[in-house]
Design a protein around this ligand. Sequence first.
Ligand SMILES: Cc1ncc(COP(=O)(O)O)c(C=O)c1O
Length: 310
Amino acid sequence: MIKKKQKLNKKFLKKEYFTQRGRIALSYALQILKLNKENKILLPSYIGLSEKEGSGVFDPIRQLKIGYEFYTLNDDLSINKESFTEKIKQDKIKAALIIHYFGFCQKNFDYVLKTCKENKKYLIEDCAHAFNSFYKNKKLGAYGDISFYSIHKFLSTNDGGILLINNDKIKIQKKIDDRISKRTFTILYKSDIEKISQIRRNNYTYILEKIKDIKGVHPFYRTLLDGVTPINFPVIIEQKDRNNVYFELQKRKIEAVSLYHTLIPQIKKDEYPISHQISSRILNLPIHEEISKKDIDMMLRELNKILKDD
Ligand SMILES: Cc1ncc(COP(=O)(O)O)c(C=O)c1O
């Protein structure tokens, strides 16, 4: 029989699932990969913790009581190849998680992809900051065996996460809720992601040019590669107390964040001094689609005043 309308065929559905938040997508990913206390996941040594939010990356690992180990990051938060290679070889390690910090593709990404494959370890790509960034014309999140995104970090929603399973060999025994609030879905569906991304990129480029004139601060990433959509503009506060700068900006009604002002206590200062140094000096300026060039001029003028002040 030739029907006028087709039936729903899962073959034509992407293995993409909605969750309430990015961390819930990560929790599903960990369970689907059968990570537990008998095995381990390899984690980057730059994971934040906040009083209000907890730790988006570490909480699911702690809750599921999964074994873990950290790998070293370089001073631009790129993956330290030696540390990663040495640790991934351990039998207990079943998967590695990488974070595309602030929306920027991990610098040693090809190396990580190759190393995970050669050692037969799963790769979880954390795209919580990289909602619409590309590497070699392919979207970040399309490379890992499993990936996840955080909708509310990129769009003006209160919640929303996405779990994406790329590796067809991965069996999904766990039932995934696959739900999203109506409001979040509507905003996601209707948002002009390209336009929003372009504004973020333009704002990033504008700050890159202007910040050169300000002493006491420098951009964490000095170039914006094609295809990268940053979530904010990370800077390093060179001498002044970062927390002070943050509060002074707040007083002037400029809301910055520090990703991450506090690292989870499991990342020890003596073992990972570079991570702690970044954490104590980083400040992330907003560049979202509502920020105009005039706003940026004002923000940088105030930042300059704060940094000049004795
Ligand atoms: C790198 C990273 N991954 C995952 C998460 C979790 O995302 P969500 O807040 O949507 O649960 C966060 C934020 O908390 C994050 O910064």
